[in-house]
Write a protein that binds this ligand. Structure first.
Ligand code: 0O2
Length: 211
């Protein structure tokens, strides 16, 4: 069913917002619980396993633009079927091994379904972009109904986030494709990746000395 007026679209988005924000809240709580346990000295006891969690519900404008690119019109059914990144969580970890450890723990929870994983860490994008993108689905219990809702979880390290944030800003400023600048940006991603691997190796040595 297509909503016909602008007011109906805004009303529909308002209802969708409640669903998607609630799904974000559920996953964010799960991540905070995992982090609390991991940061306990009795377990691995390392501060800042999850450095930061950022969340957002995609704006109505971004949803409409994305649907237009796919030649689709806005409706709740179409958004639910076609878009998996309306609810977005970005989790920034300190080290690469934390990324996979937290994801494994989350994926093992009985109410969490992993629908898709795109591993741009093992296979970086040509731009140099590295991150782990995961589409999850969870049931959310509302006043009268239970809905299964998709959430896109982007997991990256502090180093990957540093690169992605700066590159994102620069790419918008680049009006035409400049192969030399693109190559140099890609090289910075490699340098940062080498740097964070070195930090990980130093951490492992220190941990081995403590044990
Ligand atoms: P924004 O403004 O960050 O939200 P789609 O999601 O349909 O567009 P796809 O292939 O499913 O396409 O998504 P993909 O490429 O797996 O992930 C898209 C998101 O990853 C982007 O969101 C960015 O946040 C991030 N991303 C992907 N490639 C790059 C890159 O080269 N550099 C940076 N900095 N970020 C990247 P949006 O919606 O494009 O943008």
């Amino acid at each position: 069913k297509q909503p016909d007026t602008l007011l109906q679209i805004i009303d529909e988005y308002g209802r969708m917002f409640i669903y998607y924000q609630s799904a974000i809240d559920e996953i964010e709580t799960k991540l905070k619980i995992i982090d609390r346990e991991l940061s306990n000295p009795g377990t691995i006891g390392r501060k800042n396993v999850i450095h930061q969690i950022q969340t957002r519900v995609k704006s109505l404008e971004s949803i409409v633009k994305k649907l237009e690119r796919k030649d689709l019109q806005f409706s709740r059914e179409i958004v639910e079927k076609e878009l998996s990144d309306v609810a977005g969580i970005r989790m920034i970890c300190s080290y690469i091994d934390d990324i996979y450890a937290v994801l494994d723990s989350l994926a093992a929870q009985s109410d969490v379904t992993v629908l898709e994983i795109k591993d741009y860490i093992k296979n970086p994008k040509p731009s140099g972009y590295r991150s782990l993108h995961v589409i999850l689905e969870i049931p959310v219990f509302f006043f009268k109904e239970t809905k299964r809702i998709k959430v896109e979880l982007q997991i990256r390290t502090i180093a990957m986030d540093f690169w992605a944030s700066l590159e994102h800003g620069l790419r918008y400023k680049l009006e035409t494709d400049d192969p030399d600048l693109s190559r140099r940006l890609e090289q910075t991603a490699t340098t940062i990746s080498n740097l964070e691997n070195e930090m990980l190796m130093i951490r492992s040595k220190i941990e081995a000395q403590i044990e």
